[in-house]
Design a binder for this molecule. Sequence first.
Ligand SMILES: [Zn+2]
Length: 286
Amino acid sequence: MISCTLAEVVAEMEAMYDPAWAEPWDAVGLVCGDPDQPVRKVLFAVDPVAVVVDEALDWGADLVVTHHPLYLRGTTSVAATTFKGRVVHRLIRGGGALHTAHTNADVADPGVSDALARAVGLTSELRPLQPSADDPRRGLGRVGRLPAPVPLREFALRAAAGLPRTAGPPRVAGDLERMVRTVAVCGGSGDSLLGTARAAGADVFLTADLRHHPASEHMEAADGPALIDAAHWATEWPWLADAARRLTSAMENKGITVEARVSDTVTDAWTATTTDLDPRAFEGWG
Ligand SMILES: [Zn+2]
């Protein structure tokens, strides 16, 4: 088996997800790792957190690719006195590099929201919800159509079934009997695109991290899409398999075998809802 260097894998990742496409506030690219080190195994995950590092080291990964950056703002220390410093230390000690593709993967074609759109059942051609100024084929979010109109109730159930399970199920705002066909999606926090989804003529907009006031005001306006608010991690996770597949086939075309694995570990911030908790566990309850 011909192995390759970290520099070669990073070059391929950056060909798929050009760092120049990232938002100015973002921090994408190589976080730690020696460009000359060999890479045979790559673990793809949403978050660069301790359980993902555990999984990477247990498997013997040479590289972890995450969607979320470890350090979004500058730091003056990578000491193992913080969880971020511990991530860096443990990876380096275990021979693992870390690379992140964040907003550059969001706007790529195909990108994070393409994978989300397919996961929730969109089979049509997709177009960016908010096209990038420099290239309208790329952009944030996606809009597409379902094969046939279905009640919001049915689409919500199908979308939930298409996404990986997390502690909290998706929440829905809107008339459950309303027929939906044109669907807008945005992986991650998409509430800045509420108005864009309305302007795009979407019947329903699926994203994560929707807050009360923007959602409430959107629904009061009455003529916009219904809303589905899913777990942040769940909306970005479908992209991992797509990125892994693209990387391995691009390397394969160069005669290089890279083994890629997608982490199934749920790293959404929310780990339970009170409906999961049994009040009978408390003495004297009710
Ligand atoms: Zn995200």
